[in-house]
Write a protein that binds this ligand. Structure first.
Ligand code: PEP
Length: 246
C-alpha cells in the first residue's frame, strides 16, 4: 500500500509559510506516496487553495455539527474550507485538553459523519512502557477510541509513543515493529479483512535521517511528523524516503 506522510504543524505557522506548503506541493507532483499537511485552523483555507498534489488536514474538531460551543470548530466546517483529514486524540490534546478515549471516539465519529478521514492517535507514556504496559494501553485506546465502522478510507491509526514526540528519542526498530504488528492484529480481529488496508502511521521524532529505516519496518504505512514538517526541505527528505520505500 502507498505510504502516507502527514505533517502536524501544531500551533506553529503563519501566512508566509503557505510558500513552504506550495513548495512541498510542487515537489509532490512526481511523488509516489500520499502527503498531507495539517496546519493551524486559520491557514487551512489558503493552504487548500494553493495546493493540488497534497491533502490539507486539521488537528482537531468538535463532536457536533454546530451549536452554542464558543471557540469550537466542527468537522463539517473544516471540510468546507478544504480539510480532507482530521487528527483526533493527539497526545497533546489528551494531556492539555483532558481528552479521554470516549471523547476521541465521538470526535472520530464526527469526522466520519462529515465525510473526512480520521487520523486516530494512540501511544503509551514512558511510565507505561517502563511498566511493560505498552500493548495493554494500545489495546484499551483502540477498543475505546475507535468507532465501529472503520475502513481504509475513513480511518488512519497513528502510533505515537508519547515519550518520542518532540524529544528526539525514537523507539528501537523492534519496539516499533511489535507495536505496529499488535495494532494490525487488533484491527484485523476486530474489523475483519478490510482492516488489513487501514494505514498505520508511526509518529515521534521522525526526520530525514531516520525515515528510511522506519519506513522499512513491517506494518509501518507512513509517518505523522511534527517538528520536521515545519521546514519544507526536511519534510521533503521524509517524503522522498517514503516514495523510495514502496
Ligand atoms: C507529532 O506532533 O505528532 C509528532 C510526532 O511530533 P515530532 O515529529 O516533533 O516528534
Amino acid at each position: 500500500m502507498s505510504k502516507l506522510v502527514a505533517g502536524n504543524w501544531k500551533m506553529f505557522g503563519n501566512k508566509a509559510m503557505i510558500a513552504d506548503i506550495k513548495k512541498i506541493d510542487q515537489y509532490c507532483k512526481e511523488k509516489t506516496c500520499e502527503v498531507a499537511i495539517c496546519p493551524p485552523f486559520p491557514l487551512i483555507s489558503a493552504a487548500h487553495e494553493q495546493t493540488k498534489n497534497i491533502k490539507i488536514g486539521a488537528q482537531n474538531c468538535h463532536i457536533n455539527i454546530n451549536g452554542a460551543h464558543t471557540g469550537e470548530v466542527s468537522a463539517e466546517m473544516l471540510i468546507e474550507v478544504g480539510a480532507q483529514l482530521i487528527l483526533v486524540g493527539h497526545s497533546e490534546r489528551r494531556q492539555d485538553n483532558y481528552e479521554t478515549n470516549d471523547i476521541v471516539k465521538l470526535k472520530s465519529e464526527a469526522v466520519h459523519r462529515a465525510g473526512a478521514t480520521a487520523v486516530v492517535c494512540i501511544g503509551e507514556t514512558l511510565e507505561e512502557r517502563t511498566a511493560d504496559k505498552t500493548l495493554s494501553v494500545l489495546q484499551e485506546q483502540m477498543l475505546k477510541s475507535l468507532p465501529k465502522n472503520i475502513t481504509p478510507i475513513n480511518t488512519v491509526v497513528a502510533y505515537e509513543p508519547v515519550w518520542a514526540i518532540g524529544t528526539g528519542l525514537v523507539p528501537e526498530t523492534d519496539q516499533i515493529r511489535s507495536a505496529h504488528a499488535f495494532i494490525r492484529g487488533f484491527l484485523a480481529s476486530t474489523y475483519g479483512a478490510e482492516a488489513h488496508s487501514v494505514k498505520i502511521l508511526y509518529g515521534g521524532s521522525v526526520k530525514g535521517s531516520n525515515a528510511k529505516e522506519i519506513f522499512s519496518i513491517s506494518n509501518v504505512n507512513g509517518a505523522l511528523v511534527g517538528g520536521a514538517s515545519l521546514k519544507s526541505d526536511d519534510f521533503i527528505e521524509i517524503i522522498k524516503a517514503a516514495s523510495n520505500s514502496i
